[in-house]
Design a protein around this ligand. Structure first.
Ligand code: AMP
Ligand code: ZN
Length: 136
């Protein structure tokens, strides 16, 4: 755990999150930036910076949760597909230095709008998280 890490703070319950799925090792929650409705993150509960830092076991746990959550995300948003994105290092676009995997629902002809900035309200995030949970 890292004191000043926003994702560690979410794991500790010190910061709000709209949680979709949780198990002993991982947490899936809505990304605060809903450029694409349904954009969510999957993290290990332990603090690892990136792919060069995480253990194979923790990365496998994150992958397991991704596989578990992805079909629910697809059904909940009636998506045509899902993009998985994972950045390592500032140059690669990483901005939160606690390992995480992004899942984006994709729609035919959506033109990959991954970084369109659109901050969502907590109510909207909770509503989408609940919708996805119902499809787990
Ligand atoms: P990356 O560029 O891969 O490091 O992505 C970090 C992601 O974390 C961005 O998509 C942010 O919108 C998201 N994010 C940052 N703070 C929070 C937060 N408190 N709750 C949910 N998502 C967050
Ligand atoms: Zn952390």
């Amino acid at each position: 755990m890292k004191e000043d890490c926003v994702f560690c703070q979410i794991v500790r319950g010190e910061k709000p999150a709209s949680i979709v799925y949780e198990d002993e090792e991982t947490l899936a929650f809505m990304d605060i930036n809903q450029g694409v409705k349904g954009h969510l993150l999957i993290i290990p509960k332990e603090h690892y910076v990136d792919i060069t830092d995480i253990t194979p076991e923790a990365a496998a746990a994150v992958a397991r949760t991704s596989v578990q959550v992805a079909p629910a995300l697809k059904r909940a948003l009636n998506a045509d597909g899902i993009s998985v994105w994972q950045a390592n290092g500032w140059a690669a676009g990483q901005r939160v230095f606690h390992y995480h995997v992004h899942l984006f629902p994709r729609f035919a002809g959506d033109g990959l709008p991954l970084h369109k900035s659109k901050m969502a309200s907590r109510e909207e995030l909770d509503r989408i998280a609940e919708l996805i949970r119902k499809h787990l």
